[in-house]
Structures are given as C-alpha cells and as structure tokens.
Ligand binder design. Structure first.
Ligand code: HEC
Ligand code: HEC
Ligand code: HEC
Ligand code: HEC
Ligand code: HEC
Ligand code: HEC
Length: 433
C-alpha cells in the first residue's frame, strides 16, 4: 500500500525535468543548458506545484493527522479554519510554508493576509512547526488538495471509526438468530415428543396389561405429581442452596470493588472523541501524571483552550459545550464524579508507574481512548497490585539509580530478571501508610 511506502518523493516532479533535458541536450553547448536549468529552477521556486503523487498524499495524510488534526479539518472549522483550497486563497505556497513553520513571525511581520486570518480566528495562536521541512508541508498540501478535490461528502465518510459499531453489531445479530433457531428446534422437539407419548399410550391401551402396569400408563403426569416427587425437591433445594452460597461469597469478595463503575458525568465528555478521534495526548489534560502521585482532572481552563473556539460538536455538542462556557464564565469548577478511588490506607503514585516504570495508561485503565464514558477497567485490589509486581520486570536501563542494585542482584540471582518484587514491591510499608 502507498501509505506504507517509506520513499516519499521529497522534491517535486518538475525538479527532475531539468536533469532529463540536460541529458537529451548534452550535445548542445554547456552554456545554454546551464542557463536553461537556472531559468527552470527559478520558475519552479516561483510557482511550486502541489503533487498528486499517492505516496506524497499518504505521507501528507499521516503528517496532517499527527500535527494538524487537533485544530484543522479539510472541510470543517475546528480551532483553525477549514483547509480546503487553502492554496488558492493564501498569497503563495511559500507563504503557507512560512506560516506553518512559524505563524507568529509572519503575523508579526505585518503581512496583511496573515494579520487578517489571525484576527478572523479570534487571535488564536497556531503552533509553530519549526521541525517541518518545506517538503513536509508540500506533502501535507498534497493531502489537503486530494481531500479538497474529493469534496466534503466523501471527506465526511473517512471517520470509519463510526462504521465499526455496525460491524461489531453483526456477530450479536447472528447470535440472536442462532438463539431463536435453537428455541424453535426445542419447541419442535417437545411437540414431537408429545405426539410420541400419546401414540405410545394408544398402542399400550390396545394391549393386555396387568393392573399395575395400567396404572402406570394411565397415571396423569401433572405438575403436582412432578413437584411432589422427592427427586425434584432435592434438585430444587440443591440449586437454591448452591446459588445462594455463590451469591454470598461473591458479595463478600466484591465489597469495596468497583470494577466496571461508570457514573454519568455532569458534562458528557467523551474520551473517544478527544483521545481517540482527535488523538489529544493524555498528558495534555492529565498534567500531573508524569511528576506527581495524582494524575489530576483538567480544570475548565484547559477545556477552554480549545472550546473558546469549538462551539459545536456532533450529537450532544452544543448543549454540553455550553456548560463548559457557563462554568468558565461563573468561575465555578465542573463537579466531575470520581471513578477510580483507592481507600485511604493505600498509597499509589502515578509518576512512579508512568514516568519511572514506563507503564502505559491502558495497562491499568483499559482502552480509555475508545470510551465515551470512562469505566473502571481493573479490579484495583491489593491482589491486582501484587500480581503485577510479581510478574513485571523493572526497566533498569539508563537509570543510574539501579546500577548498583543490579550488580547485587546478578551476584545472588544470576541472570534472573529483576522484578518489582525483588525491589521491595511486596513490602507492606511501600503501599500502606
Ligand atoms: C493549536 C491549533 C493549530 C494547530 C495544531 C495547527 N493550526 Fe493551522 N491554524 C490555526 C489557527 C487558529 C489558524 C488561523 C490563523 C491564526 O489565528 O493564527 C490557522 C491557520 C492555518 C493556515 C492558514 C489558513 C487560511 O485560511 O489561510 C494554514 C495553511 C494552516 N493553519 C496550516 C496548518 C498546518 C499544515 C498544520 C499542521 C502542520 C496546522 N495548521 C496546525 C490553528 C492550528
Ligand atoms: C481533553 C482532555 C482529556 C484528555 C486528552 C484525556 N482525558 Fe482523561 N479525563 C478528562 C476528564 C475531563 C475526565 C473526568 C470526566 C470523566 O471521567 O469522563 C477524565 C477522566 C479520566 C479517568 C477517570 C478518572 C477518575 O475519576 O477516576 C481516567 C482513568 C482517564 N481520564 C484517563 C485518560 C487517558 C488514559 C487518556 C489518554 C488516552 C486521557 N484520559 C485523555 C479529560 C481528558
Ligand atoms: C485540544 C483541544 C480540546 C480540548 C483541550 C478539549 N476539547 Fe472538547 N472537543 C475538541 C474537539 C476537536 C471536539 C470535536 C468537535 C466536533 O466534533 O466538531 C470536541 C468536542 C467536545 C464535546 C462535544 C462532543 C459531542 O458530542 O460532539 C464536548 C462536550 C467536549 N468537547 C468537552 C470538553 C471538555 C469538558 C474539555 C475539558 C476537560 C474539553 N472538551 C477539552 C477539542 C478539545
Ligand atoms: C499501574 C497502574 C496505573 C497506570 C499505569 C496509570 N494509572 Fe491512573 N490510576 C491508577 C490507580 C490505582 C488510580 C486510583 C488512585 C487513587 O485512588 O489514589 C488511578 C487514578 C487515575 C485518575 C483519577 C485520580 C487521579 O489520580 O487524579 C486519573 C485521571 C488517571 N488515573 C489517569 C491516568 C493516566 C492519564 C495514565 C497514563 C499517563 C494513568 N492513569 C496510568 C492506576 C494506574
Ligand atoms: C501494570 C503493572 C503494575 C500494577 C498494576 C501496579 N504496579 Fe506498582 N509498580 C510497577 C512497576 C513496574 C514498578 C517499578 C517502578 C520502578 O522502576 O521503580 C512499581 C513500583 C511500585 C512501588 C514502588 C516500589 C519500590 O520498590 O519502591 C509502589 C509503592 C507501587 N508500585 C504501588 C502500587 C500499588 C499500590 C498498586 C495498586 C493500586 C500498583 N503498584 C499496581 C508496576 C505495577
Ligand atoms: C503493591 C502494593 C501493596 C502491598 C505491597 C501491600 N498492600 Fe495491602 N493493600 C493494597 C491496596 C491497593 C489495598 C486496597 C485494596 C482494596 O481497596 O480492595 C490494600 C488493602 C489492605 C488491607 C485492607 C483490606 C480491606 O479490606 O480493607 C490490609 C489489611 C492490607 N492491605 C494488608 C497488607 C499487608 C499486611 C501487607 C504486607 C504483607 C500489604 N498489605 C502489602 C496494596 C498493597
């Protein structure tokens, strides 16, 4: 596939032409060809063309998703303006390259178009992308152009994430069909059995039978005869007893366990939209996670960084976003309902796990980026902590703190991996105050 291609033509098709021409006109004097190349390269730098090479478009697409998607869409205003046909309205392609690399410098220079877009967009600063080369920006433009040509109808389709629930729904539909089929077969079997019983009865009636056998054959099989039989009473008592016992044990084990807890929040904030679709980094909002015990829930100010611009969303958008603005204007914090909560007797530190140990958020919190409503993924019991500390190797590489400890460990344990357990990860006082 194109998107896998590592070889992205960083220069443009026109750039190769002078070389070809030079080869063909080798017999012509060197002087004219040099002049020709010079003129040609002047032309290309004056009027750069946006490539329609699939490899450039693919490279542009991934650059766009990684750098621009949080603020731009091609056919829709997000934080910044829609980028469709941006190359037609801006002063030049060169301007776009400069603007992307450092927009505030272009605005500060007083260039009228730059000042105008800046003011039209509520004076929001666009991030400077000094690391993006001219060729990178050209690839992004190739992608933007391809999307512009496709038009908004097609461009709305790509969030294929929306298509997944339908695919995911298919198996459960099959399951329903299978279940209904099985019930139908069972009912059919019952009817057939009923016919068999009555046929057998009629057959036996015609035979000569002893009194005892006759009684058995004619004894009415009613609900009361079944329920009074000792076998039935035993089975029922056993089932009730077993289920009751299991419920009590489960109840005892689940005291204080809130796995799956997913309360309704005051604002219908969706991680699926923010962390999933728009790929906003967890740390952008949960700022404490690298340096402190607590990951922290973002303040209204962080939401307003974007939502002073983005006022409409998909389904619940406008109503829910209005609540953010209201909280911000009234200077009132949003009262989020806490989901993960260890009892006070336990000590857990995020920076130790995320920063030092490099454990992914998802290992403990599950696929948050797919959740519309956050739910507690893990048990959060002592057994859960201990289990991981027994299994997980400590990442000791490049951490001078561990150098001496590792030497010591090697002399006593040979080449056995250094687990959290070996570092005192099972000591009561490490986790309990
Ligand atoms: C933090 C949000 C943000 C990010 C990220 C961002 N932009 Fe922008 N962009 C803006 C805003 C806001 C404007 C409007 C101009 C202004 O206020 O400075 C803008 C304007 C532009 C314009 C001019 C649009 C016009 O209508 O003339 C271009 C081109 C552009 N951005 C390209 C990009 C590209 C390419 C990327 C990714 C490499 C990118 N932007 C990433 C916010 C952003
Ligand atoms: C745009 C800001 C934002 C981003 C990005 C974000 N979150 Fe959140 N997160 C929130 C807000 C607001 C809440 C509280 C409301 C809720 O529970 O939905 C929250 C709640 C949570 C909670 C539950 C907290 C509790 O009460 O126990 C977890 C866990 C979490 N986020 C993990 C993540 C992870 C992992 C990522 C990255 C994949 C992430 N978040 C990205 C804003 C964000
Ligand atoms: C980095 C930018 C950014 C930040 C920070 C941010 N959002 Fe958003 N938010 C978005 C984007 C982009 C959308 C999608 C808009 C769309 O679909 O048109 C969105 C949509 C929403 C929606 C509408 C969802 C829907 O149903 O369409 C709500 C509600 C929301 N955000 C709440 C919040 C809250 C609360 C915070 C702060 C904890 C926050 N956002 C922080 C970028 C951001
Ligand atoms: C080793 C497991 C683990 C990892 C990795 C982890 N968390 Fe947590 N997280 C927890 C536990 C346990 C709690 C409950 C802490 C408490 O109640 O004191 C929690 C609570 C939270 C909370 C709500 C309470 C708070 O601390 O503010 C948020 C938000 C959160 N985590 C986000 C994240 C994000 C974002 C990441 C990744 C950058 C992450 N977590 C990585 C285990 C983990
Ligand atoms: C996904 C695996 C994982 C889970 C789950 C986990 N931890 Fe850890 N924990 C680690 C790793 C890895 C380290 C080693 C960090 C380092 O390099 O120092 C660690 C270290 C620690 C330390 C420091 C131990 C020391 O030797 O100094 C404490 C305290 C701790 N964890 C508490 C907890 C608590 C409390 C929980 C449960 C709420 C928990 N951890 C759940 C992986 C985990
Ligand atoms: C890796 C971290 C960790 C270590 C090591 C650890 N604990 Fe715990 N312990 C916890 C957590 C987390 C909880 C809270 C679990 C919950 O809420 O279900 C807990 C809960 C408890 C409780 C209370 C149970 C309850 O139902 O309230 C006791 C008692 C306890 N631990 C004793 C110990 C003893 C004794 C040791 C040493 C042998 C120890 N713990 C070592 C993490 C740890």
């Amino acid at each position: 596939m194109h998107s896998d291609s590592r070889f992205v033509p960083l220069d443009f098709k026109t750039d190769t032409k002078p070389v070809m021409i030079k080869n063909r006109t080798a017999s012509v004097s060197l002087y004219t060809s040099v002049v020709f190349i010079f003129l040609f390269s002047c032309l290309t730098s004056l009027a750069q063309t946006i490539s329609d090479d699939p490899a450039a478009i693919a490279a542009g697409s991934s650059l766009f998703n990684a750098n621009c998607k949080t603020c731009h869409a091609v056919h829709k205003k997000v934080v910044g303006p829609p980028l469709a046909a941006v190359y037609d309205r801006t002063p030049s392609i060169d301007w776009i390259v400069k603007f992307v690399q450092n927009s505030s410098a272009v605005i500060a220079s007083g260039e009228p178009y730059a000042v105008k877009v800046y003011e039209d967009n509520g004076k929001t600063q666009m991030t400077a992308f000094t690391s993006l080369k001219e060729a990178d920006v050209m690839n992004i433009l190739a992608y933007v152009k391809a999307e512009t040509v496709k038009g908004p109808e097609v461009a709305v389709v790509p969030p294929t994430g929306g298509g997944q629930p339908a695919e995911g729904g298919a198996p459960s539909e099959y399951l329903n069909i299978i279940l209904i089929g099985m019930v139908l077969i069972l009912v059919l079997l019952l009817i057939i059995l009923g016919f068999l019983v009555s046929a057998l009865k009629r057959f036996l009636d015609q035979k000569e039978l002893s009194e005892e056998d006759k009684e058995v054959v004619n004894s009415p099989i009613s609900l009361s005869t079944i329920t009074r039989s000792s076998g039935f009473i035993f089975i029922v008592l056993f089932l009730v007893g077993a289920l009751g016992f299991k419920a009590v044990i489960n109840g005892l084990y689940s005291i204080g366990i809130q796995q799956g807890y997913a309360p309704k929040q005051p604002i219908a904030f969706s991680h699926k939209i923010h962390a999933g679709q728009y790929e906003i980094d967890c740390k952008y909002c949960h700022v404490g996670v690298m340096k402190s015990k607590s990951a922290t829930i973002p303040s209204v100010n962080i939401c307003m960084n974007c939502h002073n611009q983005i006022k409409s969303g998909t389904v619940t958008g406008e109503v829910e976003i209005a609540k953010i603005t209201a909280a911000w204007q009234n200077n009132k914090p949003i009262e989020w309902v806490r989901i993960h909560n260890l009892p006070d007797l336990a000590y857990f530190n995020h920076s130790q796990h995320v920063n030092v140990a490099g454990v992914e958020c998802q290992t403990c919190h599950g696929p948050i980026q797919e959740m519309d409503v956050v739910r507690q993924h893990s048990l959060l019991t002592m057994g859960w902590c201990i289990d991981c500390h027994r299994k997980t190797d400590i990442n000791t590489k490049g951490n001078a703190y561990y150098d001496k400890l590792m030497e010591l460990h090697k002399t006593t344990n040979g080449n056995k991996p250094y687990k959290v357990e070996d570092n005192g990860g099972l000591e009561c006082a490490k986790c309990h105050y």
